[in-house]
Design a protein around this ligand. Structure first.
Ligand code: SF4
Length: 473
């Protein structure tokens, strides 16, 4: 039985409800009036239900599809402006006891080099990341209670936050580790993590079990209920995601929206972010073995529908995607991207890696440096933001959501984005990026509505040029 408030995986992500939703969406895919009503209702920026989202995704009427894309752009612009938050992944260890068939870290893969960073090696990685200009990281580690116990993750987080190299600092560490207990989530919260990220991979239970044949991750309920335990452990910023390509995308989008509705119904706060990775080639992994690959066109539609369905949830796209695809989805709803990423263990500090030593989790499609990505964003008219202020000011969970819903983004996030961009320009940017960045900052200052905030921002920008750091609203 479907029950949005139940804490049982198979009740809040109910297979029967998903199948009925998809059937209903299929039957109505040419129902002009119904789809038009949903689009018109979505203009209020209060989101749409999983049924409505599924129908938007299925819609076959070209005129309405175009209307949907314009609405997604409009929502993105109104709620997030031109800001794009920057981050980088940091791989700590690729030891893993699970058997995920799409991931080269699965325990049976003998051809990949296994590596776990020492605290000294983590320092080197963090210094390399700080020297690029990063302020926000997403920690990644395989599931292995012996090699990567929670104590190792906690110690690594402490090491990362402690490193202050030149003007650099990692100010927010998001964590992407395996589903765990309430007690361990509490420990992560106390260690000062930002978002706890866990991809569902697929919401389809039967396929999930086939794709995860061995290890603790095989347990669908344990994995699917992880965000409930994280919330109980005090983590109120959680990040959802599926790996598009594992199962039919319509099923996955419906599952994602049901998961978001469940968190909102039970905890009063939806997901902080949703990631939309697509399966990529990697050591031991042939993407052709997965028949549910999502085309670029469908991928863009998924992003647009998500933007409309969960307007207050940030959306993340990684360097798995090409610059061209990233450009397109930035416009339609993505709010956060990685730049200059390395998906191997020790990849930032270790320039020279032999064929035998390779440890990448997946091939990267966008191989540009962070400076190239920042310069590209500036030239497209976006503000690359290194801001971490909300998390540091305690504006997480529903406090962050109320800020967005109250329309205060322009008076808080906009100036913070400009200030952190100026720090980046002062400390790390190439002359070309500095030129584009300073021009954009001058133009974007005009978009801070509150006079006093604008004046203070100008003052802080000047102080950053003179060497001071870390101003925030
Ligand atoms: S996806 Fe995660 S859990 Fe699965 S094999 Fe890869 S690292 Fe391990």
């Amino acid at each position: 039985m479907y029950d949005v408030k139940s804490k049982k995986a198979e009740e809040f992500i109910n297979h029967q409800e998903i199948m009925e939703t998809l059937k209903w969406a299929h039957e109505n895919k040419n129902n002009y009036d119904l789809i038009k009503d949903i689009i018109d209702k979505a203009r209020e920026m209060k989101g749409v239900s999983h049924r409505e989202g599924a129908l938007l995704l299925e819609c076959e009427i070209e005129e309405l599809n175009q209307e949907m894309y314009s609405l997604a752009r409009e929502i993105k612009q109104k709620l997030y402006g031109n800001r794009i938050v920057m981050f980088a992944p940091l791989y700590l260890s690729n030891y893993c006891v699970n058997g995920c068939v799409y991931c080269p870290y699965h325990y049976q893969n003998k051809s990949i080099c296994r590596k776990k960073l020492t605290q000294e090696e983590i320092k080197k990685e963090v210094i390399a990341l700080q020297d690029m200009g990063h302020k926000r990281l997403a920690l990644e580690a395989g599931e292995d209670p012996v090699n990567n116990p929670i104590e190792y993750i906690l110690e690594s987080i402490e090491t990362i936050y402690s490193i202050k190299h030149k003007n650099g600092a990692i100010r927010r560490v998001n964590v992407n580790i395996a589903a765990t207990t309430v007690e361990e989530y509490r420990m992560l919260k106390e260690a000062g993590i930002g978002t706890y990220i866990l991809f569902q991979e697929t919401y389809h239970k039967e396929n999930y079990e086939k794709l995860h044949p061995k290890g603790p991750k095989h347990n669908y309920a344990w994995h699917t209920e992880a965000m409930d335990r994280a919330m109980e452990g005090g983590i109120d910023d959680v990040g959802l995601g599926v790996l598009f390509g594992l199962n039919h995308y319509r099923y996955e989008l419906t599952g994602l929206l049901m998961h978001a509705e469940h968190l909102e119904a039970v905890y009063g706060v939806g997901p902080h972010t949703i990631s939309v990775p697509r399966i990529r080639p990697a050591d031991d992994i042939d993407v052709n073995a997965f028949s549910n690959a999502v085309s670029d066109e469908i991928f863009e539609k998924i992003v647009a529908v998500l933007r409309i369905a969960v307007p207050y949830t940030g959306m993340i796209v990684s360097t798995r995607e090409s610059p061209k695809t990233r450009e397109r989805v930035l416009e339609l709803g993505v709010t956060q991207i990685s730049g200059g990423s390395k998906t191997s263990v020790g990849g930032y500090a270790d320039e020279e890696v032999t064929e035998e030593e390779h440890t990448e989790q997946f091939d990267v499609e966008d191989r540009r440096t962070l400076d190239q990505v920042v310069s590209w964003l500036l030239q497209l008219g976006y503000i690359p933001s290194f801001c971490t202020a909300c998390y540091r000011e305690g504006r997480t969970g529903d406090r962050f959501m109320s800020l967005v819903k109250a329309g205060q983004i322009a008076n808080i996030c906009q100036p913070n984005a400009l200030l952190t961009l100026m720090e980046y320009l002062a400390d790390y940017a190439s002359p070309e990026t500095i030129m584009h960045g300073e021009k954009l900052i001058q133009e974007e200052l005009k978009n801070i509505p509150h006079d006093k905030v604008r004046r203070l921002t100008i003052d802080y920008l000047e102080k950053i040029k003179q060497g001071q750091r870390d101003f925030r609203f």
